[in-house]
Ligand binder design. Structure first.
Ligand SMILES: O=C([O-])C(=O)C[C@H](O)[C@@H](O)C(=O)[O-]
Ligand SMILES: [Mg+2]
Length: 435
């Protein structure tokens, strides 16, 4: 008996809705400054002619919104199955205008116009796959070839942190407290373990002089024996400092992430130490792979489906890493549940994923989902429901969009240095290497 369903189903994109939002973010410190009280994200809804809605999420800063708008127009009228052609589409935007806003010193490597384009496309790809999965009654992981694991392991992402944003700055309360020394970091790790069961820890470094961060890692190792540990100063150290830290922390680290900035510096550190080096700063595009792998500069690449250009590109990256004997793990940035669901689906399909993935999700007290995703023993279960398996909370989406609309523009573009200046007037992003 023919089901008058799938064949007849109209998967043409009838409408693309773009909703920029501001989500609460705690005062997490990094080498550039501190997180702003609210961070911009963009929620993408792709609606088919049959009324099926697929969801995607990506960065929401102005430069991404400017790219997303023309792309949304070009997606309309295509099929949600037309994702390959979507990536080949000329967005019809003046790329020189985008290049003028390129950030050379970002925490995710150099932000080229192409990387911005891929970050936007990733949300459209995810939304198309979500819609297609819902239409076919299949989970996104099935559309990617099928899961090879039923749950995905995440690591607790520890940050040096103030108890609250500076006085006078409108923000949401959080109950994590401050973490500004080894004891504070250990306490934060304990809470992560208690609340979500994480079994591995990553400390965001580059905030205090290296000796203090070495002491924090040693304190973690003592408090949580046998738990894999990572330290990531976002390229804040010289080669000499990186080598010294690598030698001191030696066996305690699962890997050291971006100790020094750029492939040549990472290659030198790698040649002089035995600690595996990971990166989300010097290998952030396919074009950067050749030099880094040839120089043996990195032993683990952190994928990120946002700026690598989607879930299928993440699979391509993982396959390349496998071919070159390089490990793969996953980077994150402040994100909500749609992104966590997408990360979990793709991570479930990557056979050579042998490290827990990063996620900022536990730091986000707000979400646009009717039901938050949860961690059990640090793991997120892979959903077998159609599409991503998540549902949009429209009231919450509208509330967070109203916050974005009401903003005078000062929070619509993430600027950790500007947020730091509120507490420390005169603060500028430190020159690299900082130590
Ligand atoms: O692994 C990383 O480099 C990151 O997660 C980059 C982020 O921007 C992180 O430093 C942060 O949230 O401050
Ligand atoms: Mg990193």
């Amino acid at each position: 008996m023919t089901r008058a369903t799938d064949a007849a189903r109209d998967l043409t994109v009838a409408e693309v809705r773009l909703t920029p939002i501001l989500v609460a973010d705690p005062p997490l410190l990094n080498t550039q400054g501190v997180h702003q009280p609210y961070t911009p994200r963009l929620i993408v809804e792709v609606v088919t002619a049959d009324g099926i809605t697929g969801l995607g999420e990506t960065y929401g800063d102005t430069k991404y919104l400017e790219l997303a708008r023309p792309l949304a127009e070009r997606l309309t009228g295509r099929s949600v199955m037309d994702v390959n052609r979507l990536f080949a589409t000329d967005l019809g935007v003046d790329e020189s205008r985008i290049s003028g806003r390129v950030d050379a010193g970002g925490l995710r490597g150099v932000q080229t116009a192409d990387k911005l384009r891929l970050s936007v496309l990733s949300a459209f790809e995810v939304a198309c796959l979500d819609a297609l999965g819902r239409a076919l009654g299949l989970p996104v992981h099935a559309l990617l070839g099928g899961k090879v694991r039923d749950s995905v392991d995440y690591s607790a992402y520890l940050f040096y942190k103030w108890a609250a944003h500076p006085a006078g700055v409108p923000s949401e309360k959080d109950d994590w407290g401050a973490a500004l020394d080894p004891a504070g970091v250990v306490e934060q790790a304990r809470r992560f373990k208690e609340r979500h069961g994480f079994t591995s820890f990553k400390l965001k470094g580059g905030v205090f002089p290296p000796e203090q961060e070495i002491a924090a890692v040693r304190a973690l190792a003592e408090a949580f024996p046998g738990h894999p540990l990572r330290l990531d100063p976002n390229g804040a150290w010289s080669v000499e400092t990186s080598v010294k830290v690598a030698r001191e922390l030696g066996d305690l680290l699962e890997y050291l992430e971006d100790p020094a900035l750029g492939t040549p510096a990472m290659a030198e550190v790698a040649a002089r130490t035995g600690v595996p080096l990971a990166t989300n700063m010097c290998v952030t595009t396919f074009a950067e792979i050749k030099e880094a792998f040839a120089e043996d500069a990195v032993q683990v690449v952190l994928s990120d489906h946002h700026y690598w250009g989607g879930l299928r590109n993440t699979q391509h990256l993982a396959a390349l890493c496998d071919a070159f004997g390089v490990g793969v793990s996953m980077h994150s940035n402040t994100h909500l549940g749609i992104s966590l669901a997408a990360m979990t689906h793709v991570a479930s399909t990557v056979p050579n994923l042998h490290h827990a993935c990063d996620t900022h999700y536990p730091w986000q007290s707000e979400d646009v989902l009717t039901e938050r995703l949860t961690f059990e023993g640090g793991r997120v279960a892979v959903s077998d429901a159609p599409g991503l398996g998540v549902a949009l909370d429209r009231d919450e989406l509208a509330r967070l969009h109203r916050r974005w609309a009401a903003d005078d523009g000062s929070l619509r573009d993430r600027d950790d240095a500007a947020a730091m200046r509120v507490a420390e007037p005169g603060w500028v992003t430190p020159a690299v290497p900082r130590w």
